[in-house]
Write a protein that binds this ligand. Sequence first.
Ligand code: ATP
Ligand code: MG
Length: 661
Amino acid sequence: MSQSHETSQSQETLSNLLQETRRFEPPAELAASANVKAGTYEEAARDRLAYWAGQAERLSWSRPWDEVLDWTDPPFAKWFVGGELNAAYNCVDRHVEAGRGAKVAYHWEGEPGDTRTLTYADLRREVNKAANALLELGVRKGDRVAIYLPMIPELPISMLACARIGATHSVVFGGFSADALRTRIDDAQARLVITADGGYRRGKASALKPTVDAAVADTPSVEHVLVVRRTGEEVAETERDVWWQDVVERQSTEHTPEPMDAEHPLYILYTSGTTGKPKGILHTTGGYLTQVASTHHSVFDLKPETDVYWCSADIGWVTGHSYIVYGPLANGATSVMYEGTPDTPHKGRWWELIEKYKVTIFYTAPTAIRTFMKWGDDIPAQHDLSSLRVLGSVGEPINPEAYVWYREHIGGGRCPVVDTWWQTETGAIMVSPLPGVTAGKPGAAMRPLPGIGADVVDDEANPVPNGGGGFLVLTEPWPSMLRTIWGDDERYVKTYWSRFDGLYFAGDGAKKDEDGDIWLLGRVDDVMLVSGHNISTTEVESALVAHPKVAEAAVVGATDPLTTQAIVAFVIPRGDAGGDVEGEDFLRELREHVARTLGPIAKPRQIMIVPELPKTRSGKIMRRLLRDVAENRGIGDVTTLADSTVMDLIAEKLPGTKSEG
Ligand code: ATP
Ligand code: MG
């Protein structure tokens, strides 16, 4: 960059307040047998494209590529140009052909306790039947299929059936409303919708079909709705509807996969909508599958012969696409898949599943970890979790206290925790420790993975020095990068590539510590400007969560006549906090605690004790709604909010909350 350096020196881009000195070395045994060792960083740095070409060899290609990367028309990338492969063949058939047909692909567990085991041979049969059914229903290569299903085996089967025939899937999270579903169907012009009568959530059948009926009443592109019978509840039927049990079950179990161009559109997925209107992110085939397979192997140290892997995300989010479906299956892993909620029928359900299936690798989100902290240590303690060897986290910055709790109470103090930073847009993990290499720091995503270029820059795109904070950017194109926003190339360029010349702007704040390791500091939109200092939400929240009586915290900057913005915190006390957690003494104690931990500049002006926080359906805190509360405005767009009653609960608390000094 050739811009002047002056302005960036007058004011730091983002403060670095939190000091964290705990370190966790990789277990010796894991380090010795790790899939990826330290040397891989240098190897990849020497020749990045050769490194990715090597990773692409994990897949079976029908036609080799002519060129690894075509970046002549940035930011529109083409990876593995001229190569051809079929994603479903790579995820299913080739494992069967290699003699691993009897290996379990999914141990599926329904919320009511019913189970299904799908081996790779079973999966091939089911995917073939579904692919034949799609063809019979008129779906062709290049068409879009919307999938609105609960977490049942037909969900990955449907995705793979689409991939097999070259239809582009658009999975819509089963918790979304008819409106949200309709706009996504319309945006992609989907020809078919795959759904179910319903699924099980919180101990009861929860209907999906009525939502689809309402959505497709107004979507001319949809020709058929293919309905899986899951709950058996009665549903209204229309002309367009066909039952999975009728149409799919009678199909041939044979289907020959057609090789697709490496850049063939594999899927569209809408971002989770934490900051605003969701964007239809487009992923293609060869580069995407290469990077999800590669990172699932390296970041989780997956040993497909012996590991039992479980990612607790919903397949409706990118984490589920990449690390329940495409990554694990491309690697021939055995996974657990669970339909329901963590507290049904009891709060130890997840730990019971880990014990039952002897899960060795577990991947979940900070929001879940903080919920378990709130519920109490005694719940996981009732289960044998000794099979676990690697733990992962994704979705939000993980507060150091939550990381340490996860490591101790779930990982028994022996499992490395990998904090994986990535986005729907990146398709795969970008910044993360490697469990056999990295000495973990609680709360740090650490370093870009081999073959990935990431940095933290100031306003003028200059890399910040160690100890400094700024904007997280990606400096090189990567194989699983989004190719565009569906139907809107201009928005793609504007959103991600115009803030800094030649760099991908992720929208997240980050800092480099004294060793140059990367810590995520929350979204740039959420950064608070307090008396000339840009303060990250994450650091203040982490300081609050480090107080023994605090389970969860969210902070926002509210307009303040003296300091530009003032910090307002929303706090959920731990279940076992005891004492008067609503009283002035406790609030003063918390404010002092933050000031002691981070310095007086970070002391909240006001703390509100609340029963819940507003979260997206993927479990992320929606700070912009809390900002509306803190600034006494009407609440903004809540369509991506998981539970709309939460904002009422918080508003109810308002009259009683007192601000101090
Ligand atoms: P939208 O872009 O529509 O607001 P979203 O950003 O919540 O939605 P996702 O793509 O699911 O949708 O989430 C990616 C974001 O999640 C990242 O940009 C980052 O803010 C956050 N994130 C994910 N993993 C981590 C992590 N390990 N540490 C810190 N933040 C993370
Ligand atoms: Mg985002």
